[in-house]
Write a protein that binds this ligand. Structure first.
Ligand code: ATP
Ligand code: MN
Length: 480
């Protein structure tokens, strides 16, 4: 007999049809009622075990056991569910020794589960997170596909470290104990696998720009790696990034695209993940109860998501933001760890969160940052006072998270770009392939990077980025 997924059965009219389900036991009450889950939905199906079932088999129906059930799909007599299965035959696929199973039927802390990441999928919270993660990935592809963007796969191993600024993971096949040396006694990477030093990519943008300046509208969606030693709740050493790049677009087009995309995918999650969002909303409510009253969120998870889909983001320049921050209460009262004294400083997470959570109380897009604190490829704004040069950058800041998107209009003028690279000591020879886009048929273009896990953090209401990726990699941890 063909197995049916529980998600399908819960939508089926209970007309007494014979069905087969397979899944894991979530609960077993009174030696009679099994709550079975197969991962296809947040909801369980109720199995009614018949009285003449072998008592030896009943003993093996335990929390976590993998079983198959054949039976009749009936209208449920009990409360809380529409349908149930009257079991005629039960097969045990995998027993559980509850004394040894790290997942007890009781609640486990997120920290405990992080150490047992291979089992996290079995919990209601994480199953919900990963179903939402899937839905968001799917929605992102759908959004770009509907708008005629092409999905480009940029390399994971790269020889350029122009963007890395010392935060890259080296890729090598040389023997660390006995590497070949050159005449000066340095490691001779000419003898390495690729004949030069290579690293894991920190971004697919530069390669994406090559594609955009021929295919028009492209996006990448792949893993990126950063060896930054930041033990925060917002940084991973391995994370996924979505990077659209659009020919003939300016900063304004770029902001509109990012805002439309965020709204589209969050709406998609609200429409397609209602059951999972309910579980996550309850989890967040529970977590908030342990916080002091004044630190609790005024909105529930779905209210927050709806708020973002229904309101425009606040757009302002870096210069305007500095004015607001300089005159803010926390700055005047010395509450910021990094006080804002003047124009030119990089914004810290505390400043970003003040703007989003206290001042505007909605997502914020900051634009036109000082050139000195941004990457070399961002377009230099015209008409700035000397010493106050800005670039056409934009960062999108979200409540509870801070930066979720970083982007810019790119410097398409060959001479300006070259000058900027020289000033920032970026080796021209290494990026000649990139500079070629500016030498042959250069055009205005813009793009951004969205950190996929930061988006998932926002949509699921989880608080630590390590809890929205199946197998998190962070300083000191690459288990599983
Ligand atoms: P931050 O200041 O938060 O470290 P960034 O300025 O280094 O971010 P970008 O280089 O602009 O970030 O990368 C684009 C996006 O990738 C960011 O907006 C963010 O969403 C995400 N991102 C950056 N670093 C990480 C990381 N270590 N882990 C997870 N996501 C990240
Ligand atoms: Mn960073």
């Amino acid at each position: 007999m063909q197995r049916t997924k529980i998600s399908v059965l819960l939508r089926t009219e209970p007309t007494g049809t014979e069905v087969l389900v397979k899944g894991w036991v979530k609960a077993f009450r009174n030696n009679q009622f099994i709550a079975l889950n197969d991962g296809s939905t947040a909801n369980n199906i109720q199995i009614v075990v018949s009285e003449n079932t072998d008592p030896e088999l009943i003993k093996r129906i335990k929390f976590g056991a993998a079983i198959g059930v054949q039976g009749t799909l009936l209208e449920s007599q009990g409360k809380g569910q529409r349908v149930e299965i009257a079991a005629s035959n039960i097969t045990i696929y995998g027993d559980v020794n509850l004394e040894e199973y790290p997942l007890q039927p009781k609640k486990q802390s997120l920290e405990f589960l992080r150490e047992h990441a291979h089992l996290r999928f079995r919990t209601n919270t994480f199953a919900a997170v990963f179903r939402v993660r899937h839905a968001l990935a799917f929605a992102i592809h759908q959004f770009f596909n509907e708008r005629g963007f092409f999905y480009i796969h940029t390399p994971i191993i790269t020889a350029s470290d122009a963007e890395g600024a010392g935060e890259m993971f080296r890729v090598t096949t040389l023997d660390p104990k006995n590497p070949p040396l050159d005449e000066q006694g340095n490691v001779d990477y000419k003898q390495d696998f690729f004949g030069k030093t290579t690293n894991l990519t920190v971004s697919g943008q530069l390669e994406g720009e090559l594609a955009a300046t021929a295919l028009g509208d492209i996006y990448t969606f792949g893993p990126t790696f950063r060896a930054e030693n930041s033990n925060t709740t917002r940084h991973l050493a391995e994370f996924w990034m979505i990077e659209p790049e659009v020919a003939f677009a300016d900063l304004n087009d770029n902001m509109n695209l990012a805002e439309d995309m965020l709204r589209y995918v969050i709406t998609y999650a609200l429409e397609h993940c209602a059951d999972d969002l309910k579980i996550l909303e309850e989890r967040l409510l529970e977590e908030e109860k342990s916080k002091p009253q004044d630190q609790r969120s005024e909105m529930s998870l779905t209210e927050k998501l709806r708020f973002v889909t229904e309101n425009n983001f606040e757009r302002l320049t870096y210069t305007e933001a500095i004015d607001i921050l300089k005159n803010s209460n926390p700055n005047k009262k010395g509450k910021f760890q990094y006080p804002i004294e003047g124009w030119g400083v990089d914004l810290q997470s505390e400043h970003e969160r003040y703007l989003v959570e206290k001042h505007f109380k909605k997502p914020v897009i900051l634009t036109n940052y000082p050139a000195a604190i941004k990457a070399f490829y961002m377009r230099l704004d015209e008409g700035a006072e000397p010493g106050k040069e800005t670039v056409s950058a934009m960062d999108i800041l979200f409540p509870g998270i801070g930066e979720i998107v970083g982007g810019s209009q790119r410097e398409e003028r060959y001479d300006v770009l070259l000058q900027k690279m020289q000033a920032m000591h970026i080796p021209e020879a290494e990026l000649s392939w990139y500079l070629d886009t500016r030498r042959f048929g250069s055009c205005p273009h813009a793009g951004f990077g969205l950190g996929f896990e930061r988006l998932i953090l926002f949509v699921t209401g989880m608080t630590n980025i390590r809890d929205v990726i199946a197998f998190p990699r962070y300083p000191g941890s690459a288990e599983f």
